[in-house]
Design a protein around this ligand. Structure first.
Ligand code: SF4
Ligand code: SF4
Length: 239
């Protein structure tokens, strides 16, 4: 892992929260973020121009700023970066509009790395942020598609209004009205070819993506591991 030097004069500014986590632990986690091979490509300093904030949809709705992410990383402000990793990064919608940065920064990319480290490390913030997504994670990793039409249930999404009831009761009919035949499905977003599913399983197993899930949701990890290994074994594919 790359050696990162921390500025000792910056350390007291942001200690108000997360005082239960030692400085050494924060440095370990931030070192891991900065040692990621993508990190140098995502940060070239900051003009403080605010263009990234102006184009960021999350900044419009939350107390969130991609500029603060870039600046904290440029200053190697460990306490602030740790605070952002525990709180702010989960507000980002990963749209990458902030790539318009004239300095060539990629605040959304820095956030991606921070999220990955938070998940790998099984941080409480990652577990909390992903709590409501276990069914979506299961769908993506078992079927290759994200939200499936049969998730449209009135009790699951009461804020979607009364039309959801009508849609859910006639789901199959609505889906068959769509022109692409691959969309005539209700339990998956669209038909995914068997070869693509198998390829995805191999990628998730080989890259360690499945292992990352283990840290945040052991139950989902066990189910997915079983599904993937069984399907690959049936096809005679050895990992
Ligand atoms: S990727 Fe995140 S930080 Fe960048 S513009 Fe989108 S929401 Fe904002
Ligand atoms: S657009 Fe780039 S240079 Fe401007 S504030 Fe954002 S990160 Fe800094």
């Amino acid at each position: 892992m790359a050696q990162v030097t921390f500025d000792p004069y910056l350390k007291l500014e942001h200690l108000a929260g997360h005082a239960d986590v030692t400085r050494a632990e924060k440095e370990r986690l931030i070192s891991k973020v900065m040692a990621d091979r993508r990190f140098p490509d995502y940060l070239y300093g900051c003009y403080e121009c605010g263009i990234c904030v102006a184009v960021c949809p999350s900044a419009r709705f939350y107390d969130f700023s991609p500029r603060r992410i870039a600046q904290a990383a440029a200053r190697v402000d460990v306490d602030l970066m740790f605070q952002q990793m525990e709180e702010d990064i989960w507000e980002c919608s990963q749209c990458f509009s902030c790539l318009r940065c004239p300095r060539g920064n990629n605040p959304g990319g820095i956030i991606t790395i921070m999220r990955e480290v938070a998940v790998e490390e099984g941080r409480r913030s990652a577990k909390t942020a992903l709590e409501g997504y276990s069914r979506i994670i299961y769908k993506i990793m078992s079927t290759g598609t994200q939200v499936s039409p049969d998730m449209l249930q009135p009790d699951a999404f009461p804020d979607w209004g009364p039309e959801v009831k009508d849609v859910s009761e006639n789901l199959s009919l609505w889906r068959r009205a769509l022109p692409p035949e691959t969309h005539h499905t209700t339990s998956t977003g669209w038909d995914v070819a068997e070869s693509t599913i198998l390829e995805l399983y191999v990628i998730w197993l080989e890259t360690g993506a499945l292992e990352m899930i283990k840290e945040v949701d052991t139950g989902i990890h066990m189910i997915l591991e079983e599904i993937m290994e069984e399907r690959l074994e049936e096809e005679g594919i050895e990992i």
